[in-house]
Each structure stands twice: as structure tokens, then as C-alpha cells.
Design a protein around this ligand. Structure first.
Ligand code: 0GY
Length: 293
């Protein structure tokens, strides 16, 4: 079924620059998506947007170009709880990819087993209101009860206005929790901003909590090369060197201001993480610990 893309939805950059830095062997893009293609994997009727197709083959080609050897593919709200496109991509990638799924509380043991065999190692809970993918806490707790025995973790996509709900979830469960996109704090306020301070306090309150220093392109006020997001990213790498991850967020759903050059997003790593050991942690060892062991 072909579907009509949401008016104004920006397509991803078809020809990103080649990064100047060389990523370490085993580098992992720990946050990216696959969308469709819609004629094989239709978008959820409940989705708040219909994206441009971004199939697995293009993701893998992009990773070859950028220098990523592995990736974590995260289910986005446009596919709802139908993880078919994700599973298809994971099977194509073999051991080079892991997945984060979105599931309903009623999910059965067989489906969970199938997802695990395909490479899924976590579930994503979306707290971003505009994406209309909220689930009641009791549903989320039911899901966690089912996935915890598999050793999976929880990935949270939230903004500062839902940090109290996220804290409640974190305090109630025992699984690791990964927060996407620097908790979407207003980076222009820097590390002294109250939203960043709240995030850092939460992240340092337990060694089960992880953070992705991804998405400067969504948080920037200045635009490329996103210098205004550097201070918060650097600080998070410093505070959580063993629990920080990096991701491109390709194909960058719902970008409004501009579409980032993925080569530039990779070169940003050298700026926010000049230390080679910390860079290896973030790109290789941390994702290995969370997704490949
Ligand atoms: C992202 C960001 C977005 C979308 C989703 O699940 C989603 O639809 O994650 C967004 O619109 O901010 O993580 O790529």
C-alpha cells in the first residue's frame, strides 16, 4: 500500500558528506530507524506522521559510508507496535544490528521470543506528547514484567516536561533505562540550565541509567554544526563515560528547520569527545555491553 507522506515532511539527505574522522573498529550507531517501505511495511494508522520511506538497504549503505560497523535500530512511532520492518532489517543485518521494539502489554511469549531471536534487546516508551504514542504506566509496568526476564532494557524518549513521569518509572523498575537525545533539554542554556541539572541529577542517581548524546540537530538554536549543543554533550560524556551512547537518528523524522548532513554529525564526535579512550567507550565498548553481551 503506497501512502501519502505528511505535507512538509523533510526527506533525508541523499548524499551526506564523508566524515573527516575515522571511527574505531566496531563503532555502533546506537540510534537509527528504518521506515517502510510502505508497500511492504505500511505505517500505523494511528501515527501522527507519515514519513518518507527509509528502508534498511539505505541505512546499511549510509553506515558503510560513515564508518559505522554496527547499529541499534529503534522502533519509531510511525510503525506503532508492528515491528515487522525492524525485524526484517535485523535479520538482514545478522549480528551487526540490534533492535529496540515497541510492544503492547498483551504481547505473548512466542512473539517476544521471535523478537529476541531477531536481535531485539529493549522496548521503547515514548513520552513525547506530539507523537501520540503515550501508554499508561500500568501498561508499561506490565511490559517490563514480560521483558525483564529476557535481560532487555527500556529506552525512553522524553522531553523535560515529562521528566517526573520518567523518574517515577525509573524508581519503580529494576531494568536499565536509556534516555534518548540528551533528554531533549534546552541545550542553549548550557549545563547550568535547570532542565539539564534535573537530568544530570536523575542520571547520576543510579548506575542503571544511560544517555544518548544524539540529536544536536533537533536541540540547536544556531543550526549546523551545532556548536551550541556541545557543552551539554561533553558534560554527559564526562559524567557518564561508561553509560553514554551516540546515534545519528537517521532518517531524522519530523525535522522542521533543516535536514542534517550525517557526515557532519559524525565529525561532531571529535569535538564533543576528543579523548580516544572515551570515544571508544561511547562508540564501541558501551554499546557492546548493553546490546551484544
Ligand atoms: C526520533 C525522534 C522523533 C520521532 C520518533 O518515535 C518517533 O516517531 O522517535 C521525533 O519526532 O522527535 O527519535 O527519531
Amino acid at each position: 500500500m503506497r501512502q501519502i507522506v505528511t505535507p512538509g515532511y523533510l526527506p533525508f539527505d541523499p548524499d551526506p558528506g564523508k566524515p573527516q574522522i575515522v571511527l574505531p573498529e566496531g563503532a555502533c550507531d546506537s540510534h537509527c530507524h528504518v521506515f517502510g517501505p510502505a508497500d511492504r511495511f505500511p505505517y500505523a494508522p494511528t501515527s501522527s506522521y507519515v514519513p518518507v520511506d527509509a528502508p534498511a538497504e539505505l541505512l546499511f549503505r549510509l553506515h558503510d559510508h560513515l564508518g559505522f560497523d554496527r547499529c541499534v535500530i529503534v522502533q519509531a512511532s510511525c510503525h506503532g507496535a508492528d515491528n515487522s520492518a525492524l525485524v526484517d532489517a535485523l535479520r538482514k543485518a545478522g549480528d551487526k544490528a540490534r533492535g529496540v521494539a515497541v510492544v503492547d502489554p498483551a504481547i505473548g511469549v512466542d512473539e517476544l521470543k521471535m523478537l529476541h531471536e531477531a536481535g531485539v534487546r529493549g522496548v521503547r516508551f515514548n513520552f513525547v506528547k506530539r507523537l501520540k504514542a503515550l501508554q499508561p504506566l500500568k501498561d508499561r509496568l506490565q511490559i517490563i514484567e514480560k521483558i525483564a526476564p529476557l535481560g532487555w532494557h527500556v529506552v525512553v524518549y522524553c522531553e523535560p516536561d515529562s521528566i517526573d513521569d520518567v523518574r517515577l518509572l525509573i524508581e519503580t523498575v529494576e531494568t536499565p533505562v536509556v534516555i534518548d537525545h540528551m533528554g531533549r533539554v534546552p541545550v542553549e542554556k548550557g549545563v547550568d540550565g535547570p532542565e539539564y541539572q534535573t537530568l544530570e541529577q536523575l542520571l547520576t542517581s543510579s548506575d542503571r541509567l544511560w544517555i544518548k548524546v544524539s540529536c544536536p540537530e533537533r536541540l540547536t538554536r544556531q543550526g549546523p554544526p551545532y556548536l551550541d549543543a556541545d557543552a551539554v554533550s561533553k558534560r554527559l560524556i564526562e559524567v557518564l563515560p561508561d553509560r553514554v551512547l551516540y546515534g545519528t537518528d537517521w532518517p531524522h523524522p519530523n525535522m522542521v528547520s533543516h535536514m542534517p548532513d550525517d557526515g557532519l554529525l559524525v565529525d561532531r564526535i571529535a569535538r564533543i569527545c576528543p579523548d580516544e579512550t572515551l570515544r571508544r567507550n561511547m562508540l564501541v565498548d558501551n554499546p557492546t555491553r548493553l546490546y551484544w553481551t
